[in-house]
Design a protein around this ligand. Structure first.
Ligand SMILES: N[C@@H](CCC(=O)N[C@@H](CS)C(=O)NCC(=O)O)C(=O)O
Length: 215
């Protein structure tokens, strides 16, 4: 029995859900709102000392932090491999995943989507300094991933098949492209543009669409 606690608006929850869907792993999904609901926040703190989502429980084995959760699924379940076998290709996949995790989430989601889409939606002014810095970071991230990505199929940034690289970047990119100048920036990156076209229509992505996108 596998249970996952997360939110449909959450980037990291979506990364984990993409892995579950891509591997075809049956699970129970429990929606928790760690930003707006005090009871959910308290309950999530009991599962995760920092109160973050997602968390999982597999037959009594409790785990948090998205990277380790994905690596656990890789070892504990059947289904398509989401990490390449070749050590260098695997390292590349994990490197791109780490770039999306460590730099992409803060710049492309918080620095651009939240500042330029969420805040104006809530009648708040974006912080122009944060936006300027986030665009500069996004440029580095896109330059770097375009250069690191291989020449495999459109949906795979590393190797010949979908990997953790794609799973970590796709939910970040889904928010990034909601920002019109960010979407325009993406057109300057041929591999990443083809990759995003493939991922935007991928069944695991359309099944996990965030309620905050496209409104
Ligand atoms: N390092 C964590 C990051 C998870 C994370 O930041 N999740 C966000 C939602 S996408 C969250 O729970 N934020 C709530 C908060 O910061 O209070 C992981 O890999 O799972």
């Amino acid at each position: 029995m596998l249970t996952v606690w997360g939110a449909t608006y959450s980037v990291y929850s979506r990364v984990l859900r993409l892995a579950l869907l891509e591997k075809g792993i049956a699970h129970d999904w429990v929606e928790v709102d760690v930003f707006g609901d005090a009871a959910d926040q308290a309950a999530q703190h009991a599962r995760h000392p920092f109160g973050k989502i997602p968390t999982l429980d597999h037959d009594g084995f409790a785990l948090y932090e998205t990277g380790p959760c994905l690596r656990y699924l890789e070892g504990a379940f059947d289904g398509p491999a989401l990490l390449p076998a070749d050590p260098r290709t695997r390292a590349r996949a994990e490197q791109i995943a780490a770039i999306a995790d460590n730099y992409g989430y803060s710049a492309m989601v918080w620095g651009l989507f939240v500042e330029m889409i969420s805040k104006p939606r809530d009648a708040e002014e974006p912080d122009q300094e944060v936006v300027r810095e986030a665009f500069a970071q996004a440029r580095i991230i896109l330059d770097t991933i375009e250069a690191l990505s291989g020449d495999g199929p459109d949906e795979a940034l590393a190797g010949d098949a979908v990997s953790h690289a794609d799973l970590f970047l796709a939910p970040v990119m889904a928010y990034f492209v909601c920002v019109p100048p960010a979407r325009a920036m993406l057109t300057g990156y041929p591999k990443l543009s083809r990759w995003w076209q493939a991922w935007a229509e991928r069944p695991s992505m359309t099944a996990t669409r965030s309620p905050l996108e496209g409104t």
